[in-house]
Write a protein that binds this ligand. Structure first.
Ligand code: CP3
Length: 348
């Protein structure tokens, strides 16, 4: 057995390096001409996600172009409702569309058995991508968190105010818990299967963690994530886990304190000095350049990147964005960003 560990894994295990590992959320996607080309021939977005060779190719595109330290498997958080039998489609200019769950009776329609069989193409894509990736690069598996996935299942897509989901969760918590419990089990299985297929680390996206009052945050974000992390770690003790509780503010501390969480991914609203003081002593940090700086490029992008690197340089840190790459991001800004981080990393 070789003891070689790639940069991302070392940092997730708490090591401090001069040049932080770099990858970007949504690094595969429409801002890449080769992705747009691939998409022309793949039919629906989910069809691409469920075509192992093509999904593996999309996964590796940003690594080939920019040399990032990690690839993230090309998939989506909404494969979970799809696998549970609530079909998902992605419509141009609208986003995801689901036939919304409207109450406890609809939970009976969810097929909890065999979701791993239905998600098998994702695991095949992981095997192919891992085999094509050099050993100094890591492959990240991922999932949405129960709360975020539940919002899409209940609203039927993206929402502005999440009224239906919040109303259900607040007024009938014992019913809502049944949905969250179904999701906890499905997500835990999905993550374990991704590790078995070859994922080196995991990220849990709780994109809508920031819209809940404290009591509900504890019930519907914190507790489910705790259960998932302990379920996954129980099976795969060494696997590093990153959690992204977007817009959670000071509640990032609660996530960082979960036993088994290796890193938290910071959205762009988190104050750097606060994170350095209260989070970095507990976990590895990842983030948090506003994707609009990457869109803007140039001096402003470099200044903000410097501020982030300077703040987090004495603790374990992975460079990333505060949210996903925007589709209109110019390629040359991404190249500029990678070069800038590489140069700065070598200086003292
Ligand atoms: O490169 C990567 O980061 C890996 C792939 C990835 C995708 N989605 C591919 C994708 C990841 C990690 C996701 C996560 C995801 N998906 C989240 C959590 C992160 C976040 O953004 O908050 C959420 C909420 C979703 C749900 C989702 N998927 C929406 C709302 C949309 C439509 C909006 C959009 O950008 O088009 C998607 C579609 C989607 N997922 C695309 C990609 C590349 C665009 C599809 C296309 O046009 O080809």
């Amino acid at each position: 057995m070789s003891s070689f560990r790639p940069a991302l894994i070392k940092t997730l295990n708490g090591e401090v390096s001069k040049k932080p590992p770099v990858w970007l959320m949504r690094q595969a996607g429409r801002y890449l001409p080769e992705y747009r080309e691939l998409r022309k021939n793949t039919g629906s977005f989910l069809n691409l996600c469920y075509s192992p060779n093509l999904a593996a190719e999309a996964t590796l595109q940003p690594i080939k172009r920019f040399g990032f330290d990690a690839a993230i498997i090309f998939s989506d958080i909404l494969v979970i409702p799809d696998a549970l039998g609530q079909p998902v489609s992605f419509q141009e200019g609208i986003g995801p569309v689901l036939d919304p769950l409207s109450g406890i009776d609809d939970l009976k329609k969810l097929k909890k058995e065999n979701i791993i069989d239905r998600l098998n193409p994702v695991y095949e894509a992981i095997q192919i991508a891992r085999a094509d990736l050099s050993k100094d690069k890591s492959l990240i598996g991922f999932t949405g968190a129960p709360w975020t996935i539940a919002t899409y299942m209940i609203e039927g897509g993206t929402s502005r105010d999440f009224l239906k989901t919040k109303r259900w969760a607040f007024s009938k918590p014992e019913e809502f818990k049944k949905l969250i419990d179904i999701l906890i089990d499905a997500i835990t299985e999905h993550l374990i299967s991704q590790i078995e297929a070859g994922a080196d680390a995991l990220q849990i996206f709780d994109s809508w963690a920031g819209i809940l009052p404290e009591k509900e945050f504890d019930l519907w974000c914190l507790r489910p994530i705790k259960r998932i992390v302990s379920g996954v770690r129980g099976k795969c003790p060494g696997i590093p886990i990153i959690v992204f509780p977007r817009l959670a503010g000071e509640r990032y501390i609660k996530i960082a304190e979960i036993d088994g969480v290796s890193a938290v991914s910071l959205d762009q609203t988190v104050s750097l000095n606060w994170a350095k003081k209260f989070l970095q002593p507990k976990v590895t940090l990842q983030g948090n350049l506003d994707p609009v700086y990457l869109l803007a490029g140039g001096r402003v992008m470099r200044e903000e990147t410097s501020r982030i690197l300077d703040t987090f340089r004495n603790g374990p840190f992975i460079f990333n964005l505060g949210h996903g790459v925007l589709p209109s991001t110019p390629l040359k800004h991404v190249i500029e960003l990678c070069e800038f981080i590489a140069e700065r990393g070598l200086q003292d």
